[in-house]
Design a protein around this ligand. Structure first.
Ligand code: GRF
Length: 214
């Protein structure tokens, strides 16, 4: 009997290039024995939904605009995610704060990609291009990306992988964002999913730091 597949669900808000990197890694076997059970976006216009639909992955929009209160939206999002009963939830360019109810239901089973080397340039207000604008304004010479478990803070959960990217003299926020995506995000997010699917990642209960079995 074939081993049951490791099931993941992906939360998206925008272009879905991180989702595409995950889809490609599942398809080419870099992430073995895994399937993407759903893609959910808060944004009906997210091209990420088109990527999922084109690949035959169940894709839907759950938008706060369709609910009378933020709590109703958060409950609907949480219920939808829980209903798929996946092994791992991946926030890939997802610009919504993960509801506390979902974090409780999926303790240390939700990961997020952030486009800086946490704890630099993260937290409230640091997302998308704003991160790279702040990096250039500060004049740091190295930036990168971080994959971490999601806890109840903003970008504060245990760090799984990080990858550094050099800042170039003539970088603009857009050129830097693209290089961080290409050289870091699209590498470490699929790698984190692969390692988790193989049971190689754990969080030390005392220190709340990640241990990777080599
Ligand atoms: C990327 O900068 C990612 O780091 C951030 O959202 C942006 C768009 O990601 N979280 P994607 O193309 O939608 O994956």
């Amino acid at each position: 009997m074939s081993a049951s597949k490791f099931k993941i669900g992906v939360l998206v808000s925008g272009g879905g290039t991180n989702l595409q990197a995950i889809m490609d890694a599942v398809k080419n076997g870099d992430i073995p024995n895994t399937e993407i059970s759903f893609v959910i976006s808060n944004n009906a216009n997210a091209y990420a939904l088109t990527r999922a639909e084109n690949a035959g992955i169940p894709a839907r929009c759950i938008s706060p605009k369709n609910f009378t209160s933020r709590l109703d939206f958060e409950n609907a999002l949480t219920e939808a995610v829980v209903s798929y009963n996946v092994d791992l939830v991946v926030a890939a360019g997802f610009l919504v704060i993960i509801p506390k109810a979902m974090i409780r239901a999926y303790k240390d089973r939700i990961i997020n990609i952030h486009p800086s080397l946490i704890p630099s340039f993260c937290g409230t207000g640091y997302y998308g291009l704003k991160v790279h604008e702040a990096v250039l304004a500060r004049g740091v010479k190295v930036t990168g990306a971080t994959v971490h478990f999601v806890d109840e803070g903003t970008d504060t959960g245990p760090i799984i992988f990080q990858k550094a990217v050099e800042v170039l003299q003539d970088d603009t926020p857009k050129s830097l964002q693209l290089r961080v995506m290409e050289q870091a995000e699209w590498v470490i997010l699929p790698k984190a999913i692969e390692y988790i699917s193989r049971g190689l990642v754990s969080v030390d209960p005392e220190t709340r730091t990640v241990k990777i079995k080599q």
